[in-house]
Design a protein around this ligand. Sequence first.
Ligand SMILES: [Zn+2]
Ligand SMILES: [Zn+2]
Length: 124
Amino acid sequence: MSFQCKRCDKEMMTVFYEGVAIQLCMSCKGIYLSKKKLEIIKDSREIDIPEDTPIPRNGPEVRRHCPKCDISMKKIKHGNIRTTMIDFCEDCSGLWLDKGELASIQFSYEIAEKNQFRNQLRRA
Ligand SMILES: [Zn+2]
Ligand SMILES: [Zn+2]
């Protein structure tokens, strides 16, 4: 099955991120993956995200089209510390992440874990 980046009109490549197969557009570095795969990546700690990872600024959020279903995706908020706006396809439950958004999501979860750890130390 092939996926087409609707932003660049280019075929997406299958790449592995933390051992998970995801679709990457080589042109805009956009990523398409399922919700389940994002959960796996979130829990993985293979890649150390640097603390100064910038929050991607993509200007005004543009509506994306699902590379699988070719329908307009819905904007959803992701994360609780550093909120990232990502695109969600209600049809296939797929997610579209713009360049840098995956690292940002992963980073916010790592920060949350570190804070939890610090609080535990304080209580001990
Ligand atoms: Zn693209
Ligand atoms: Zn879809």
